[in-house]
Design a protein. Structure first.
Length: 235
């Protein structure tokens, strides 16, 4: 199988990352498991847009919504895809709204899908106009940045966590720059179109009792231009 990487997602444990992509032949999303060590990720040059060849088989214990899980072996870097190929991959996995992509399972504008009613997928793409998203700094942790989305169905999602590794590394490296958020938003507003990779976390119960699968922003992709420093591995 050859897949194009669409998601490079960070964890609190910085030694591993979650990689997801789209199978070139089937156009279906795949998530290689176990999670990939960061050093191995850098060695293979795994970044959004990379073509990766490997043996992927269905994970033994699949549970909704994470039906994309695949056990892998022998991963190889096949080179980068073109900008046209990358946008085509995003288009092929795009839904009209977050709620549609997750089968109408989201209560209102909640950020969590209840654990007892999961959808049949955990990763989608969403196409938006630049004016429909705004990056904000986390008021509780200046190292983190969040995303506000006005979805195509008019639903609003506020303070969604950005788990996109590239954006996280940028926020860390420039957290002392007072104009970081303003500059990021200005860049986005000057683009023609935006694709988001929206994912669902593993099941988690928050201190206030909300138990389920939490919406997160796995990738932010701008066209026709992109921020080079967001799509490179940090040193």
């Amino acid at each position: 199988m050859i897949f194009i990487v669409t998601d490079l997602t960070r964890f609190q444990n910085e030694d591993i990352v979650c990689v997801a992509g789209v199978d070139i032949k089937t156009k279906k999303c795949v998530r290689p498991l176990p999670y990939i060590e960061m050093e191995y990720c850098k060695k293979l040059n795994i970044l959004p847009g990379a073509k990766i060849k490997g043996k992927l088989i269905k994970a033994k214990e699949l549970k909704k919504p994470h039906l994309e899980d695949k056990n892998y072996s022998e991963l190889e870097y096949e080179g980068p895809c073109s900008s046209v190929e990358f946008e085509d991959v995003l288009k092929n996995t795009t839904y009209d709204s977050i709620n549609e992509g997750f089968e109408g399972k989201i209560p209102g504008s909640s950020k969590v899908i209840p654990h007892n009613d999961p959808p049949g997928r955990s990763i989608i793409s969403l196409k938006l106009k630049p004016g429909q998203i705004t990056i904000m700094r986390d008021g509780f942790n200046p190292e983190k940045i969040k995303l506000h989305i006005l979805d195509n169905d008019e639903k609003e999602y506020k303070f969604l966590p950005i788990t996109d590794l590239g954006f996280y590394n940028l926020a860390i490296s420039k957290q002392t720059q007072p104009l970081l958020i303003e500059n990021l938003n200005n860049f986005i507003q000057n683009q023609n179109r935006i694709y988001l990779r929206i994912g669902l976390s593993r099941r988690y119960c928050s201190p206030d009792g909300r138990n389920g699968f939490w919406i997160q922003v796995n990738g932010i992709y701008t066209f026709p231009d992109f921020l080079t420093e967001v799509r490179t591995h940090s040193k």
